[in-house]
Unconditional design. Structure first.
Length: 366
């Protein structure tokens, strides 16, 4: 059963501690990860060792990813990257927010953290022109299905028929000390990634290289190679950061747009309150919707449905607002688990008699 749906079963329950406290970082088993490449399996070779703590990418090919099985909107990943062999000088790195099928899905979006050893111009196969890859470490936002030339140069070339305005690589920042410094061969680098839906911090060998207030797409954490063989990723660990954040637009009633917030972040093993406020101002009836996926679907009632509902509960909303307890299990399975919520209520001041809150994304964590 998905983590988000198991999360739902605890709505309104009393918190129960189910186990001992969690470790700050949990070893990652790379045997559960998945490889994906823009030009199929032949353009990469991700080999995991028998204990699952090391993976080596040994093919000098096109863009390739190796990503975790679980989706996370926030968390911490830490481990070591080393270019152990080969003679090339191209891209190694990481992705955050990637989703399965990103290499074939026009609506794809993820953050790319890539590191080039030397500055180099190159023209890859296709209709886009030669671009220059700059030496150093950078963070970029990738949208759609960019060409190799766009990924190489961190550009949006928009050259038909192989690239459109929706297929782009937008560089967001260069690293504080490594923005113009290439990686070294057979030099181990300790990376640490800390991210929430609105912030990204990246440390290399304990030095903060990026601290960005940036939208982080919900998706998977992973490794990235482009035209570089002999790349080793080892001893990665992960943890998750509890967070609660609003998304989308509500629909106003008598007092304006109602709110849906929490009393605290959804820490594993805690009980938080879901708070419906700024409602009618007098007693009214409503519902709280829970689901595993954020959507934006016109309801025909003035507001948009912002969660794909799997469960709903009826609400009696007093004049001062409603409070619903939610027990978060103390179970590592829920670390990074996503749950989406929205509240609606009867309100004669709304355009069609129903007011909608914005959506609320919860991420279970520590």
């Amino acid at each position: 059963m998905p983590r988000s749906l198991r999360f739902l079963l605890h709505a309104g329950a009393t918190a129960v501690v189910l186990g001992s406290s969690l470790l700050a970082q949990t070893p990652v088993d790379l045997r559960t990860w998945t490889g994906e490449s823009y030009y199929g399996a032949g353009s990469s070779n991700w080999t995991v060792n028998t204990t699952g703590d090391t993976v080596t990418q040994s093919t000098n090919g096109s863009v390739t990813f190796f990503y975790a099985p679980e989706q996370s909107s926030s968390g911490t990943f830490e481990g070591e990257l080393t270019v152990t062999g080969g003679t090339d000088d191209d891209y190694v790195g990481f992705v955050i927010g990637i989703r399965p099928g990103a290499t074939t899905t026009p609506a794809s979006e993820y953050l790319l953290i890539d590191w080039k050893q030397i500055t180099q111009s190159w023209n890859h196969a296709g209709c886009t022109p030669s671009t220059s890859a700059r030496r150093g470490l950078a963070v970029s936002r990738v949208n759609g299905l960019p060409t190799d030339d766009e990924l190489w140069g961190h550009l949006n070339l928009d050259v038909a028929p192989c690239s459109t305005a929706s297929d782009s690589v937008t560089e967001l920042a260069r690293a504080a000390t490594l923005g113009d410094t290439g990686w070294g061969r057979r030099v181990p680098y300790r990376f640490r990634f800390e991210f929430t839906p609105t912030r990204l911090r990246v440390l290399v060998n304990s030095v903060v290289e990026f601290d960005l207030n940036v939208r982080v797409p919900a998706g998977h954490f992973g490794f990235y190679n482009f035209s570089q063989a002999g790349v080793n990723y080892r001893a990665f660990t992960s943890s998750c950061t509890a967070s609660a954040s609003s998304y989308g637009a509500g629909h106003a009633g008598t007092l304006g747009i109602p709110s849906l917030t929490t009393s605290a972040a959804p820490l594993l093993g805690s009980t938080i309150d879901l708070l419906v406020g700024n409602a009618l101002g007098s007693a009214t009836a409503g519902a709280l919707l829970f689901g595993p996926e954020a959507v934006s679907i016109p309801s025909g009632l003035g507001g948009d449905l912002l969660v794909l509902p799997a469960i709903s509960i009826s609400l009696a909303i007093p004049s001062a607002g409603a409070s619903v307890p939610l027990a978060v299990p103390n179970d590592p399975f829920f670390c990074g688990g996503l749950l989406y919520l929205q509240a609606v209520h009867l309100d004669g001041g709304a355009s069609q008699g129903i007011a909608f809150t914005p959506g609320l994304e919860l991420v279970g964590g520590i």
